[in-house]
Design a protein. Structure first.
Length: 181
């Protein structure tokens, strides 16, 4: 087995990425404190052709050296917006046809592996603050709450890890043809 060279990966150019068909998902970051986490989420969004990222509340925005450090250029490909209010953002996204999914441990949350997304539906997936998670009023405004099952003692994952797990799972369920290319 031989590692592939970069030129063998057939990566999209920035212009091809921006012009290309996107996965019908937007990511909403609800008061995420770490710029490094924000940058990592940008890379995940780039990897899975996510439509956009909404950076809400105190969530840091590009340009910031720590975001750029982990994003590795994804801030130049993935569309992003800033909003002072996560709730206002969710209301706007709902008006535009998105179903809101919060990723949180909550009563009646659906386990990630049991969630069956509609491939014809657009989704906005909310990830919360590193300490407090998704705000309760944001959970209340959500159409669905999903939880990543965990077996250890912490029952807590880094937000960038959570975003990678959830987005990969949703993309494979919504666009399985993308994953078989």
């Amino acid at each position: 087995m031989r590692k592939l060279l970069n030129e063998e990966l057939f990566r999209l150019t920035k212009n091809e990425f921006k012009a290309g068909h996107k996965t019908p998902i937007v990511i909403v970051l609800d008061n995420v404190r770490s710029h490094l986490n924000v940058g990592s989420v940008f890379r995940t969004a780039d990897a899975f052709l996510i439509e956009a990222i909404w950076l809400c509340g105190i969530t840091g925005t590009p340009p910031h050296r720590d975001i750029h450090k982990t994003a590795l250029g994804a801030t130049e490909t993935v569309a992003w917006h800033h909003s002072c209010s996560t709730l206002e953002t969710l209301h706007e996204l709902k008006r535009n046809g998105y179903k809101i999914i919060s990723v949180e441990q909550a009563e009646q949350a659906k386990l990630l592996h049991q969630f069956k997304p509609d491939p014809n539906q657009k989704y906005a997936v909310v990830f919360g603050n590193e300490v407090d998670g998704v705000e309760q009023d944001v959970v209340n405004a959500s159409d669905i709450v999903i939880e990543i099952p965990q077996l250890g003692t912490k029952h807590s994952l880094n937000i960038a890890v959570s975003a990678g797990i959830v987005i990969w799972d949703l993309v494979t369920k919504i666009s399985p043809r993308l994953m078989s290319a």
